[in-house]
Design a protein around this ligand. Structure first.
Ligand code: GDP
Length: 296
């Protein structure tokens, strides 16, 4: 279920409930079940939806509803607050500071949009006066270095990589050192992905992280992976200390549920979303407007 449809389903469920003459537990349950179905279809993980339903029932006081207050508004507000809470892990992401060197390592499955997102992240900061640089430590995918080089050249961002060196740890360390000496304030390390969550991928990630000691590890996740989001995000979090999430491909048929699952699994906030293939199709993630859109 795409974002707009989800908003529509939730609004319909609320509308049906506010049309009822008496709001009792049965009517409220029916409404919440309807909303639960909509969230599940939008790929929010089952456990999260169940917890949310319990929380809402605990918050809502049926006597208040019966007293003729605006029932729809009370319940909508409770759902809004719960969804916001689900997207807020309670601690902010590491934020790099302009003029002070930060190393940011990007991890994610192959095809998640990791390489594209590295350039978008660099370009976003460059436009704001930062001095970013890109390191391609992906030696697994043929053509990864060429892709990064092409993107970086287009955006006029310095890059580092190698056609001959096969050790990603060495490339990452050399690249980071080179750009540190050159006083870059944002050194972005693109790492290898795999099609699946394989042990070799996680081992390589761990080694690159250990050698470069990044200030922040960003987990890049494709929004179209559906219910797999929670387990995938959790697997990455267990291998490296993921500190924030970027959800890609939120354009087109994007579902919002994956974002909620990724936050729950990594206990890290979503910081940006990718909304297209182009360099500037990249938005700062803001919880409240996102949830408002979700609810229609
Ligand atoms: P990687 O293997 O994770 O490095 O993935 P890539 O960066 O090569 O991206 C895989 C594909 O997804 C490419 O065709 C990208 O153009 C595309 N892509 C990346 N981010 C987005 C996005 O936000 N929206 C859309 N529509 N496509 C994207």
């Amino acid at each position: 279920m795409v974002l707009a449809q989800l908003g529509g389903s939730i609004s319909r469920a609320l509308q049906q409930m506010s049309n009822a003459t008496i709001i009792d537990e049965k009517v409220l349950n029916e409404c919440l079940n309807e909303i639960t179905r909509a969230l599940l279809q939008s790929d929010v993980q089952f456990k999260l939806v169940r917890d949310m339903q319990t929380n809402i029932k605990n918050i809502i006081n049926l006597d208040d509803l019966a007293a003729g207050h605006n029932k729809r508004r009370i319940i909508q507000q409770a759902i809004f607050n719960e969804l916001c809470k689900m997207l807020d892990p309670g601690k902010p992401s590491f934020t790099p500071k302009k003029g002070k060197t930060s190393v940011i390592m990007f991890v994610g499955l192959q095809g998640s949009g990791k390489t594209t997102t590295c350039t978008k992240y660099a370009y976003y900061h460059q436009k704001k006066g930062w001095k970013p640089a890109l390191v391609c430590a992906d030696t697994f995918r043929a053509g990864a270095f060429d892709q990064l080089k092409q993107n970086a050249t287009k955006a006029k961002i310095p890059f580092y990589g190698s056609y001959t060196e096969s050790d990603p740890v060495k490339i990452a360390v050399d690249g980071v050192d080179t750009f540190k000496k050159d006083n870059h304030d944002l050194i972005i390390v693109d790492t290898s992905g795999r099609h699946k969550q394989e042990a070799s991928l996680f081992e390589e990630m761990r080694q690159v992280a250990e050698a470069t000691n990044p200030d922040l590890v960003v987990f890049v996740m494709d929004s179209s992976i559906g219910q797999a989001a929670f387990d995938q995000a959790q697997a990455f979090k267990q291998s490296v200390s993921v500190g924030s999430v970027i959800v890609t491909k939120m354009d087109g048929h994007a579902k919002g549920g994956g974002a909620l699952s990724a936050v729950a699994a990594t206990k890290s906030p979503v910081i940006f979303i990718g909304t297209g293939e182009h360099m500037d199709e990249f938005e700062v993630f803001d919880v409240k407007p996102f949830v408002s859109r979700l609810l229609g």
